[in-house]
Design a protein. Structure first.
Length: 213
């Protein structure tokens, strides 16, 4: 994994200082206020190999204030400790690079390949749903939405039984880079302000092909 600093110019925004990152066989640019976590590699004899990391802020946002949960809301004593927080799932964007063997797709967290050749996105509420063809900054891609279950949990006291808090959605995008090489993005870092336009436009295969899964 390597990084270098540069300046990225956006058509509709002021130039943004970026850091160039190489990880898991990919290269891309991020705003200087962001970094990636240490890449984790995995392998499966049947399905193939994968390498994954998260994109996180260098200075995390302050933790939001917790809530109180009384007996009637399913809370546990001490009731006056307002430390109940809802877990909304994997908040930071995640990037997964997978090299699949013929017919193997188990290494992809949010996409599976149906027998008829369609990419499917698992959905806990409605069953597997077909992904739709999309464009990821000029790259052909597949897009879908997966359901993330949310739970209330405690942060300052002993972790009592969790309380179900409902479900939310997470956008997932699959970018095929080769017949057997895929990049899966959960909550892809694209925002209306254009802060992550550098990531989208710069994502590509890196010079260090040996770092690919």
């Amino acid at each position: 994994m390597l990084a270098s600093v540069s300046v990225h110019s956006c058509a509709q925004a002021e130039p943004v200082a970026t850091v160039h990152v190489a990880a898991c066989g990919l290269e891309f640019d991020l705003p200087t206020g962001y970094r990636i976590t240490r890449p984790k590699r995995s392998a499966d004899g049947r399905d193939g190999r994968a390498c994954a990391f998260y994109i996180v802020k260098i200075r995390p946002e302050p933790a939001p204030r917790g809530e109180c949960k009384g007996r009637e809301e399913g809370g546990q004593p001490p009731y006056k400790v307002c430390d109940w927080m809802v877990d909304t799932g994997p908040a930071p964007p995640s990037v997964q690079v997978a090299r699949t063997r013929s017919g193997g797709t188990a290494l992809l967290d949010s996409f599976t390949l149906a027998e008829d050749g369609r990419w499917m996105v698992p959905n806990a509420q409605a069953g597997d749903q077909p992904a739709t063809a999309a464009d990821f900054c000029g790259k052909p891609a597949w897009k879908g939405e997966t359901v993330v279950r949310m739970f209330w949990g405690r942060t300052r006291t002993k972790n009592y039984t969790e309380i179900y808090a409902g479900s939310g959605g997470a956008d997932v995008t699959l970018v095929p880079l080769a017949p057997d090489l895929f990049v899966q993005l959960q909550d892809p870092p694209i925002d209306a302000a254009g802060e992550f336009s550098a990531f989208c436009s710069s994502l590509r295969l890196g010079a260090r092909a040996q770092d690919l899964p």
